[in-house]
Write a protein that binds this ligand. Structure first.
Ligand code: C5P
Length: 313
């Protein structure tokens, strides 16, 4: 423990200082479901799904400072409304890592939040996954990929995919991750994308509940046909950007199908909703489509929307 004398103080005061022994700042990307088929309810209450998931260059910023002296782990965030207590996935990740491996000293996380909540963009999940990744790196990678996956799956269904940096097929309830072909990685990587959160959230449990009530599930064959469409070279047909949650979200939020139809009418654009919504995603190869996409979104959702122009990782 180090002590410093505060210069110029009327009375000599001593302050306890801990040393930062490891520090790193990373981007926790948003995820976009380009294809999402919900196959049915499992015995454990979760739904079996099949989804092609990509990540964006844009995301939250998360920094870990590992201090050498023991103390309470902490999380600070630039958005005051975001809970930073034990309910936050970053703090849950710290607890799981501490239980499994232990932490040298104390972990202090600082989060700059950019990904809006309730958009189906996996913001909280990305933060949780990266908290695990950072802690594992800071301690010299004591946990194997399988052990990290086990902890990630405990955090949530969308967390395991963020242990990978490339597009993946997500299966099971989200805990089964399959890498995609190098050809598909090359085809998707660097594509332009506009991500638009309309300003109203959709809560995932609500969306699953209503999907279950309507039994609006896809047959396995449809998901398989989707996988085959994505395996073909070139940008896939509009139909390959599939999302079963549209069955429930479109009915409650009619601007979602309206905006998606307008985006899909723009030359060279493929648009779909991500996850359980409400965020919509427009993909395009030519940057010239950017303005037309932005105009559609501005006219439909105006100032309340969060619109981000980025690229796929
Ligand atoms: O795993 P996570 O905590 O993100 O899930 C939130 C809720 O979404 C679950 O409680 C469940 O209602 C629903 N869910 C589901 N099937 C999945 C993923 C999530 O039913 N594969």
């Amino acid at each position: 423990m180090a002590f410093t004398l505060t210069p110029g103080a009327a009375k000599a005061t001593f302050r306890s200082m801990s040393t930062v022994v490891w520090q790193r700042r990373v981007t926790c990307p948003a995820k976009l479901n380009l294809g999402l088929w919900v196959l049915g309810k499992r015995a454990d209450g979760f739904h079996a799904l099949e989804s092609l998931v990509v990540q964006t260059e844009w995301g939250d910023e998360l920094e870990l400072c590992l201090h050498d002296e023991p103390g309470d782990d902490s999380l600070t965030c630039d958005v005051s409304e975001l809970p930073t207590d034990s309910s936050n996935l970053v703090m849950k990740a710290v607890r799981l890592f501490r239980e499994r491996h232990g932490i040298k000293g104390r972990a202090a996380f600082s989060l700059t939040k950019r990904i809006p909540w309730g958009g189906g963009l996996g913001g909280g999940s990305a933060d949780g996954a990266w908290a695990l990744r950072l802690l594992n790196e800071a301690h010299g990678h004591p946990l194997s990929p399988d052990q990290l996956l086990e902890l990630a799956a405990q955090l949530g269904s969308d967390v395991p995919l963020f242990l990978h940096d490339e597009p993946v097929w997500m299966r099971g309830r989200g805990e089964v991750i399959e890498t995609v072909s190098p050809e598909l990685v090359a085809r998707l990587s660097g594509l332009y994308v506009t991500v638009a959160h309309p300003g109203f959230p959709v809560e995932t449990p609500w969306a699953y509940k209503h999907l279950a009530a309507q039994r609006a599930y896809s047959p396995v064959e449809l998901a398989q046909a989707g996988r085959e469409a994505w395996a073909q070279p070139g940008l896939p047909p509009h139909s390959a950007l599939h999302n079963d949650f549209r069955a429930v979200v479109d009915a409650k939020y009619p601007t979602v199908p309206l905006v998606l139809a307008q985006l899909n009418a723009v030359d060279g654009v493929r648009a779909q909703m991500s996850g359980s919504g409400s965020a919509c995603v427009a993909l395009y190869e030519a940057v010239e489509a950017q303005d037309a996409v932005a105009n559609v979104l501005r006219e439909a959702w105006g100032e309340q929307a969060c619109v981000v122009q980025t690229r796929l990782r």
